[in-house]
Ligand binder design. Sequence first.
Ligand SMILES: NC(=O)c1ccc[n+]([C@@H]2O[C@H](COP(=O)([O-])OP(=O)(O)OC[C@H]3O[C@@H](n4cnc5c(N)ncnc54)[C@H](OP(=O)(O)O)[C@@H]3O)[C@@H](O)[C@H]2O)c1
Length: 344
Amino acid sequence: MNKKPNVAIVGATGMVGHAFLKVLEERNFPVKDIRLLASGRSKGKKIKFCGNDFKVEELVKGSFKDIDIALFSAGAAISKEFAPLAVKAGAVVVDNSSAFRMDPGVPLVVPEVNPKAIQRHKGIIANPNCSTIQMVVVLKPLHDAARIKRIVVSSYQSASGWGKEAVDQLWAETEQIIKSRIQHPGSSIKVDGVKKVLPAQIAFNVIPQIDVFLPNRYTKEEMKMVNETRKIMEDDSIKITATCVRVGVFISHAEAVNIETEKKLTPEEATEILRHSAGVEVIDDISKEKYPLPIDAAGKDASFVGRIRADESVENGLNLWIVSDNLRKGAALNAVQIAELLIK
Ligand SMILES: NC(=O)c1ccc[n+]([C@@H]2O[C@H](COP(=O)([O-])OP(=O)(O)OC[C@H]3O[C@@H](n4cnc5c(N)ncnc54)[C@H](OP(=O)(O)O)[C@@H]3O)[C@@H](O)[C@H]2O)c1
């Protein structure tokens, strides 16, 4: 791999696309040249990167000539169609969508957890789902110390996790409610001219559905957490169940995570392990009412963890509260860390 690669960003105008540019810039990623790709709707738009204006190009079959690394974040359908073309043109693809994550031939990588998996790539490396990434960064060191037997996770996920249209929906509904001062008991509000992309009103609300329902009555997001966690932790024996919930928050996902371990781990031992774990930051001082919050995690890189306490209903159990910026560690940062491993 070229030490100073030509980089393409597919979905450069989206929430994750913007985060990609910010993270590449902040980390001084050695970009030789950058190509910003999006739909025909964005063709010609100017976006700043490292002080210079770059014009957005429409994604077409020939977009990947001379590209070394292609960072994809424009949805699974686009990845399925264009990632193989990028690979054929000689690029390595780091894909943010769900298109290839469970493909046995495609590594699913979180650099703090399974960096070696990258070596098995045949052109495509998958970036896991945002809610999975922040959880496994915290759980892997505990798994290594005490072997996790079972995980029960409930997520509280922000609107930006569903892209810019969901953020627009949250803004518009919030403005309308504040303007009218109506709490709309019993009925959702409708905002003219704004596409409702989430299944219900998200402002001042909580929706127990992320993505579509599957035949087993779970949502696709919940099953992503189950299947991706096992693949990344390289342990199919871990039992996992998830409930994924959308909340009226702009950025950062939060998760209440309960684990049962084979070996006993006290909250103090777990805290000590996590204080020394890469990508993890412990914020856990209940005497000062300090714990991770989505508003504090937004714009930051770590998986923040707090409220570490024993699950007193079982012999070897812990409860944790994990929060991270879904656009950064949950998407762009993790992908850029993978790209850094590629050029190392
Ligand atoms: N948001 C998150 O927290 C998160 C986390 C992990 C993974 N992801 C994944 O990242 C992807 C994008 O998410 P996002 O939040 O950035 O969504 P978004 O804000 O809605 O942006 C979507 C991007 O895809 C582009 N796009 C749409 N249709 C296209 C087409 N036909 N050809 C080329 N480009 C097209 C859009 O370009 P236009 O502006 O031209 O329409 C835009 O740049 C999804 O696969 C999502 O699952 C998101």
